[in-house]
Design a protein around this ligand. Structure first.
Ligand code: ZN
Length: 417
């Protein structure tokens, strides 16, 4: 999947092409849309100063560069997406450049420079918030959807269990990329959607997705969304990668109560956590993240529940393909640090392994993976039903049924003597 729409509209010949060769260069512009914000990423050869401001009548967001090189023929100006209706670039003075984003409504515009990562170089990231969830300080803005009242015999007020399903990566963060170009973010979302469909078809359970499209969501925001929805379980879906392309199999991770216990887990933690640097925003609260990780060290009950649920998912994945590790693994992953929501991260397979990459692209195999995770989640909640949930009533009925069968079978030899 291409990360950007690259129809070249509004590309103007720039008077500033002749700017001094040592000026930073604007190389590309990309747009990503999520339900409550739109992100515009300007790829730069080096960090450079800029001015960001908004204009109204009609609403626009303007980014001015005093001194920058821009090769108009090389920049593919993207189509509008999300709140951005069109992107225009034009010369500003002899060496400057103006980027204008035509937006459909008032936006909360923020920008930050971010250093290179595995995928991209220096970038100026412009986030355009629209909708209450992205307003500053609006952490609790998205109202928790009230648990659906469920009617079962004698069960007034029994609630549905909420399973938060988190498709890893997204937007300008592709995650791991297979040899044939398959992106982790794409297969993660496909499996997440199939899992959500299965959970929603399950009596007494409902799924919420932390992302529903191809856009980036910071880790803290993913766990926050799960919390706002009062999730009973958080399942993050990923695909693994390793330099050795023969490595294959599924693994399931829960938060480590101490330092990652082995080299592979530490490597994974570094790679998965590094993705959040792309979000930029989370850098502001790094000490906060650290504090929450430290706080979580005492959340043994949550981790114990996470481990129980993860073990059941791992057992089901064993029926779909081979396991990388037959035990639940532990790692220091920020996305798993909710103190009160049992959380697991499923590395469905190795996208770096050509055979597994092919399978990850196959909708039938994606469905088998979703089916295994669903079966493990279901088994966990039927073995550990939260009081007051509809599943608790269903589990009690299932146990009663099983008990009656056992008694009935027990009576057979009695009758035969
Ligand atoms: Zn991942």
């Amino acid at each position: 999947m291409r990360p950007t729409r690259t129809v070249g509209l509004f590309v103007l010949l720039l008077a500033s092409v002749s700017a001094a060769a040592d000026s930073p260069a604007l190389r590309d512009i990309r747009v990503w849309a999520s339900p409550d914000s739109t992100r515009v990423v300007l790829d730069l050869s080096a960090p450079t100063s800029y001015t960001l401001f908004t204009l109204d009548g009609p609403d626009r967001v303007v980014i001015d560069f005093e001194r920058i090189q821009a090769d108009a023929s090389a920049i593919k100006v993207p189509d509008g997406m999300g709140v951005v209706q069109a992107v225009r670039i034009g010369a500003r003075g002899r060496e400057g450049l103006r980027v204008v984003l035509d937006v459909g409504s008032k936006v909360d515009a923020k920008a930050f420079l971010t250093p290179p990562n595995e995928t991209y170089g220096h970038r100026l990231v412009v986030d355009l918030g629209h909708g209450s969830a992205s307003a500053p300080g609006a952490v609790a803005a998205a109202p928790a959807e009230a648990p659906r009242p469920v009617k079962v015999a004698g069960g007034d007020g029994e609630r549905d269990l909420v399973i938060a399903i988190d498709a890893g990566h997204g937007g300008e963060d592709p995650g791991a990329v297979g040899k044939s170009g398959t992106r982790e973010k794409t297969v993660a979302l496909a499996v997440a959607r199939k899992l959500a469909d299965r959970i929603n078809a399950e009596p007494g359970m409902k799924a919420v997705l932390t992302r529903t499209g191809d856009y980036f969501v910071p880790f803290r925001e993913r766990t926050r969304r799960a919390r706002v929805q009062q999730a009973d379980l958080f399942v993050s879906i990923h695909a693994d990668a390793f330099m050795d392309r023969s490595v294959r199999g599924s693994s399931v991770y829960v938060l480590s109560t101490r330092r990652a216990s082995n080299e592979a887990a530490r490597w994974l933690a570094e790679r998965e956590n590094a993705a959040d640097l792309i979000g930029g925003v989370s850098l502001d609260d790094k000490s906060d993240v650290l504090a929450s990780v430290l706080l979580d060290l005492s959340q043994n009950a949550t981790i114990s529940a996470s481990r129980d649920a993860a073990a059941r998912v791992l057992a089901e994945l064993d029926h779909v393909g081979q396991l990388k590790k037959s035990d639940v693994q532990h790692a220091s992953l920020i996305v798993l640090t909710s103190p009160d929501v049992p959380s697991m991260l499923v590395e469905t397979a190795y996208i770096s392994n050509p055979d597994e990459e092919r399978k990850l692209r196959d909708p039938a195999h994606q469905d088998r993976l979703a089916g295994a995770i669903h079966a493990g989640v279901r088994r966990y909640f039927y073995d550990n039903p939260p009081p007051g949930s509809r599943v608790a009533a269903l589990a009690a009925a299932e146990r009663g049924q099983a008990l009656r069968q056992t008694v009935a079978q027990g009576e057979i030899p009695v009758a035969g003597t």
